[in-house]
Design a binder for this molecule. Structure first.
Ligand SMILES: CC(C)(COP(=O)(O)OP(=O)(O)OC[C@H]1O[C@@H](n2cnc3c(N)ncnc32)[C@H](O)[C@@H]1OP(=O)(O)O)[C@@H](O)C(=O)NCCC(=O)NCCS
Length: 231
C-alpha cells in the first residue's frame, strides 16, 4: 500500500499490508467465509478453484492493494483484497470457465452440481426474463473503477477490523485519485450490507438472481451491487 497509515491497531487486532507469506491464510479464509461469512463447502467442495476465483488476482497480481488482519498470536484472521482498476482483474465467471477446462470442475464431485445448476439457472432466468443479458455482468463503470473483497473469520467480526480495513483502502483510493469504488455482495447478506452502508456505500441497480448459488433450504440468492464516489 502506498498511502500513509496502513498499519493500524484495533484492540488486540493488527491491520497491516498483505505479505506473500499470508497467501495460504487468505485462500483458506476465502473458503471458510465463502457463504456470507460461513463455510461454503456444503455447496462448493473445491477450495482451490474458489480461492483462485476470489483471491488469485489480488494476491498474485495486485498485492499492493491487499491488507490483512492479524490476531494477537500473529495469525491472519481476515483480509481486504482490492483492485484499483477493475479492467485489470478477470471476472469471477472468466476464472470459473477456465477451471471448467483446466480443472474439470464440471465433472468433479462437489462442484459439478453447482456448475450445471448455474448453466440451467442462466438459461431459465434469461428465458423467463428474471435476468437480462445486461444484468449478468458488472460492466466496467468509470464512476467506480475500483472494487474490493472483504472477509473476516468469526473471531474477528464486530471488533472494528472491517472498518479499519475499509478506511485504509478508501484512503488509498483517494490518495491515488481514483474516483470511486464498487463491490458485489448478496442482497441476502444483511450484515454485510449494513456494514457497507456504514462505510459510505449505497445500493445500485437491481437484484438479479445469482446462478447456481442457493440457501441451505434451496432458495435462490440475489446479487447486490454497491458503489461509492470518492473525492
Ligand atoms: C462484513 C464485515 C467485513 C464487517 O466487518 P466488522 O469488523 O464486523 O465490522 P465493524 O466492527 O468494523 O463495524 C463497522 C460498522 O458497520 C456496521 N455494522 C457492522 N456489522 C453490523 C451488523 N451486523 N448489523 C448492523 N450494522 C453493522 C456498524 O455501523 C458498525 O459500526 P459500530 O460498530 O460503530 O456500530 C464482517 O462482518 C465479515 O467479514 N463478515 C463475513 C464475511 C462477509 O459477509 N463479507 C462480505 C462479503 S461481500
Amino acid at each position: 500500500m502506498d498511502a500513509p497509515n496502513d498499519v493500524v491497531k484495533v484492540g488486540d487486532l493488527l491491520v497491516r499490508p498483505y505479505e506473500t507469506k499470508d497467501r495460504a491464510a487468505v485462500r483458506y479464509i476465502c473458503y471458510v467465509t465463502g457463504y456470507m461469512g460461513e463455510p461454503i463447502d456444503w455447496q462448493w467442495k473445491d477450495a482451490k478453484s474458489l480461492a483462485d476465483t476470489f483471491t488469485g488476482y489480488y494476491t498474485d497480481q495486485e498485492p499492493e492493494s491487499a491488507l490483512v488482519v492479524e490476531n494477537k498470536d500473529g495469525e491472519v484472521v481476515g483480509y481486504l483484497l482490492g483492485c484499483v482498476d477493475s479492467r485489470r482483474a478477470p471476472t469471477p465467471e472468466k476464472v470459473i470457465i477456465r477451471h471448467v477446462f483446466t480443472r474439470g470442475i464440471a465433472f468433479m464431485p462437489g462442484t459439478a452440481g453447482f456448475v450445471w445448476r448455474s448453466a440451467w439457472d442462466i438459461v431459465t432466468d434469461v428465458m423467463t426474463g428474471k435476468i437480462r443479458p445486461s444484468d449478468r455482468k458488472l460492466e466496467f463503470d468509470p464512476r467506480w473503477p475500483a472494487h474490493l473483497h472483504i472477509d473476516l473469520l468469526q473471531e474477528a467480526i464486530g471488533r472494528g477490523a472491517g472498518s479499519a480495513l475499509m478506511r485504509i483502502w478508501l484512503d488509498r483510493l483517494r490518495y491515488l485519485k481514483v474516483p470511486g469504488c464498487h463491490l458485489g455482495t448478496l442482497a441476502e447478506n444483511h450484515r454485510a450490507i449494513a456494514f457497507f452502508e456504514a462505510m459510505g456505500f449505497r445500493k445500485e441497480g437491481n437484484n438479479p438472481p445469482v446462478p447456481g448459488e442457493r440457501t441451505r433450504d434451496g432458495k435462490r440468492l440475489h446479487s447486490q451491487l454497491m458503489v461509492q464516489e470518492l473525492n
